[in-house]
Design a binder for this molecule. Sequence first.
Ligand SMILES: C=C(O[C@@H]1C=C(C(=O)O)C=C[C@H]1O)C(=O)O
Ligand SMILES: NC(=O)CC[C@H](N)C(=O)O
Length: 752
Amino acid sequence: MNPHHPALPPARMLPAELLPAELLPAEPPSTEPPPAEVLRRLVAACAAGEDPGPFALLRRAGTGADADRGELELELLRGELITVARIADLPLPPGGTGPRVLAIVPFRQLTEVGLPCVDDGSPLEALRVTEHLRVPLGDALAVLPTDGPSVHGGGFDLDDDQYAEQVRAVVRDEIGHGEGSNFVLHRTYTATLDGPPPHAALAALHHLLHTEPGAYWTFLIHTGRRTLVGATPERHVSAVDGQVTMNPICGTHRLPSDPPGSFDLSDPSDPSGAARAGLMRFLNDAKEIDELSMVLDEELKMMAALTDDGARVVGPHLKRMSRLVHTEYLLTGHSDADVRDILRATMFAPTVTGSPLHNALRVLARHERRGRRYYGGVAALLGFDTTGRQTLDAPILIRTAELTPDGQLRLPVGATLVRHSTPSGETAETHTKAAAILAAFGLRPAPTQPTRPTPRTEDPVIAAVLASRNTDLATFWFHRSPRRPLPPQAIPPGCAEHPSHPGSAEHSSQTGSAEPLLAGRSVLVVDAEDAFAVMLAHQLRSLGLRVTVRPWSQVTPPTDDRTAPAPEVDAMPEMDAVDLLVLGPGPGDPLAYRGGDPKMVALRRLAEYRLALGRPLLGVCLGHQLLADVLGLPLRRRPDPHQGLGRTIDLFGRPRRVGYYSTFAAVASTRGDSSEGDPSEGGSSEGELFRSGFGPVRLARDRGDGTVHALRGPSFVGMQFHPESVLSRDGLDILRTELSTLFAAAPIVPVG
Ligand SMILES: C=C(O[C@@H]1C=C(C(=O)O)C=C[C@H]1O)C(=O)O
Ligand SMILES: NC(=O)CC[C@H](N)C(=O)O
């Protein structure tokens, strides 16, 4: 018996002192019962309301047992409960293979790295694993209870009208004011259990194992202080053999049937093909497509910061759950970092927070005004493989109910809000997401038949529609060569390839190779609170430049102006010395410099300083807006935010596919309008000419509304779009062209 679980007495063994001496075996018998028996006793203890001690049951896809052994299993872990303050405190001493620690990381863990959130004090609890058993899934299902205690008094903390109003407010006040492109707001369903929570959780797990075969983890984690039970579709991050994988899932198609049955595209009971038609509408829905691209961009930022080889994108694919279908990408890269550092660096997924991450967290705290407990955090299984390398498997805690010993059930659920979200649509989405878990507690009708998991290969028509989404995306992020082949479990079924293959002409122009005019030049990228800066750095490096990235608060031009807000760090000589200064993208209203906003003041001063110096300067999005402002072009807030929007534009006479994440824009009025910023010459393929105090500026403007897509001056370039975004198919080529032109034109200034 496991000494940590005295509540579970041995079932069959008589105490040795009661046996006649001749019956005593020469060798002590194995006292370890078979795994299914251990589970049976655990279930019995829970049903009797006894304390089963900390344990977990995990049905893991991908990196789980299936991949190794080809049979379905439920992992049973037991261990000691520990509570730690920081992720780094999770104990992972070398030695032994297999899982060692199973942690539940609350959302408030963000405070550990100084990121904003409503701090509800939820603890970082973990099981230090003392026992790891594998129970064949069939045996487990035979032992798990089919019925749990009844549950009553359910309802959402925010009613539908209140949630819809929050959706409206975020779209209008945050996305509509340049604070970011997507935000996830949650609401929580609560109810009360009439019996022991671990027993209720086991019955719910049984239900979910049947109904959610498409889940990434179907699991129950009982720490003694709480029980989490759920079927989460989404891997947040895993690390196997130095291969780090993230899995942004976004876009939600609500399945029509109620109560739901199996979702089969060739379902003979759906002769009209209604299910298929609905799925096709979803796959072609601009909002759903944009949602996934936005979270792909945001997770690429994380991967770019985390891995030494950038990241590689695979997908998109469908992720099928019982009542809904999602779309997903997979991102892989290489990192030798300690798995606890990987966890710490990825708090938390953009699919449960928003973009850009830091400001999204502020927006969440502002609108949600209550803690998230474990919602949006992760479960994390840490251990070692047979070669002694650390392993990590961390799903996102969504579609997960928390049961507390006092019988409270909480199920938080959210939706990704984007510029074209509708309050009613997002509210309906939260109901559908909650339904699968609520059904497991008898709070919603159960599906009539088991759900079919996502097939290994997609239906060819659907696969083609999915693959076509990549034609407008940046090859650069699809063909970064991984250091080693992807492990088979990293590649999901029906892997869609990017249409441009290695070796093609398009591929070589889009994947980066050192440029003669750029190679070896030094660049300082100023991060204006958007990790797009790190993606830009990867692209610039691929063009041969030497790149440093620094937060805006640590970069400041030399100034004698003592009235200006005090910089955190003294003037940096490299401001003058670097061959190229890049002012990066960032959230917020660029004109807020007038009210003294420290970030906007600092960035604008950098633009002024570098312009006066006459040395190469590139402004991207927010950086471009502040550059345009210094040049004398007016800035306007768009009525139609371009947050997360791919467009084909006319860029100095060439059609270019680029991605926008902006609500503001510089505007140059059309000829005949006498307002400031009037271009002084008519349009040409070279763009219109605007005379600024820093020399003539060529403008690439939108013919419809006059907004400035890009500008070229004697020593500077501005881009309203994001060349680094996955939405910018032509981003890398634009950077190459614009920077080469800039360096060809810019006088060589000796620095000494
Ligand atoms: C936020 C949740 O789910 C996330 C949001 C999705 C969406 O908005 O389409 C889809 C999958 C998840 O990444 C949740 O279940 O609470
Ligand atoms: N991505 C950005 O740099 C955005 C700039 C600015 N916050 C806007 O929304 O227009």
